[in-house]
Design a binder for this molecule. Structure first.
Ligand SMILES: [Zn+2]
Length: 350
């Protein structure tokens, strides 16, 4: 197969709201890299920050970057040193490209490497016809995994990594924040053997949508319902054994602290927009463990995620909209309404 010289891609071309469809050279690959023909991408909250050009984006992203980090496709070419991946294979990939110098990287704790760079944040991204990726980061997919599921495995990995931080078998689980990762974490907790799963938010649309993806989860709008009453209704007489904080919101975290069991475990993935005070007396008094979660474990989370999908975890209802990549503006406009699950762009016909 001869590769084209140029490709279409979505670029943060100006320091203002928007993304721009541009023509760029197809990336050259190093001996240890793989060239992926991108076929489906999904839009992430991170992409929305970059699209809107908010303070976080201004401080973390350079103008001129090709954006996007949730994708799937087939291998178009491999570097001379690549052994594990073949041309033609269906793949997705880990978006965190790690170094090999830090203590954590040398110890195999790649997800904790401080030299990590992100595809579509610090490195050229996947909203493009072609993406160059280190072989180390490439995740082969079986033929029965749909391309669009491959394109949402990056956020599914966040959900799996957070949900599986603590043993869930027979446990009562509180998830605060019904964004895509919170909703997928509820589905994972159901699949992983939790007894009761409760998902809270203050947005009725999100909770209604969550019921399609995590049908056994008790959904609570904490503006209208009292969490303590819900616990009584579902047969809980103490507190939640495991908390998964996905919102980054101060009231949600405080409510979680107040409804945990003595000795309970909290995993925090939500990033607060600004610092907020925490009553550490409650953490000490209840003997709670609070663990911060970042990214995914390389590559144990990917193994677990593929195994969960293989054994019946179904997150296909997460995908609510599909657009041709050339219609990206419609997709970003829709994402801004907040009334979407995952939105997929198809790059095959661009
Ligand atoms: Zn993402």
């Amino acid at each position: 197969m001869t590769l084209p010289k140029t490709m279409k891609c979505l670029v943060k071309a100006k320091a203002e709201k928007g993304l721009w469809l541009e023509q760029r050279p197809v990336p050259e690959i190093e001996p240890d890299e793989v060239l992926i023909k991108v076929e489906r991408t999904a839009i992430c909250g991170t992409d929305m920050h970059i699209y809107k050009w908010d303070d976080w984006a201004k401080n973390n992203v350079l103008v001129g970057l090709i954006t996007g980090h949730e994708y799937s496709g087939h291998v178009a070419a491999v570097g001379s040193g690549v052994r594990r991946v073949d041309v033609g294979q269906k793949v997705t990939g880990e978006g965190h490209v790690v170094g090999n110098r830090s203590r954590n990287a040398r110890a195999g704790r790649f997800h904790l490497d401080p030299d990590t760079k992100g595809i579509g944040v610090n490195l050229p991204g996947a909203f493009a016809e072609y993406l160059a990726l280190p072989e180390f980061n490439v995740i082969p997919l079986k033929d029965d995994v749909p391309l669009e599921i491959g394109a949402i495995m990056d956020p599914l990995g966040n959900a799996v990594h957070t949900a599986l931080s603590f043993d869930l078998v027979g446990e009562d689980v509180l998830i605060t924040g019904a964004g895509p990762i919170g909703i997928m974490a509820a589905a994972v907790a159901e699949e992983a053997g939790a007894r009761r799963v409760v998902l809270t938010d203050i947005n009725d649309w999100r909770l209604e949508f969550a019921s399609k993806v995590a049908p056994k989860t008790r959904l609570v709008n904490v503006i209208n319902e009292n969490l303590r009453d819900v616990m009584t209704e579902i047969g809980m007489n103490e507190g939640f054994d495991v908390g998964l904080e996905m919102s980054g919101a101060e009231p949600a975290f405080n409510q979680m602290l107040d409804h945990m069991i003595m000795g309970g475990n909290i995993a925090m993935l939500g990033i607060p927009a600004k610092p907020f005070p925490v009553d550490f007396g409650k953490i000490v008094g209840k003997a709670l463990t609070v663990r911060g979660i970042y990214g995914r474990q390389m590559y144990e989370t990917w193994y677990k995620m593929i195994a969960l999908l293989d054994s019946g975890l179904d997150v296909s209802a997460m995908i609510t909209h599909r657009f041709e990549a050339r219609d990206f503006q419609k997709a970003f406009d829709l994402m801004e309404t907040g009334k979407t699950g995952k939105v997929i762009l198809d790059w095959n016909a661009i």
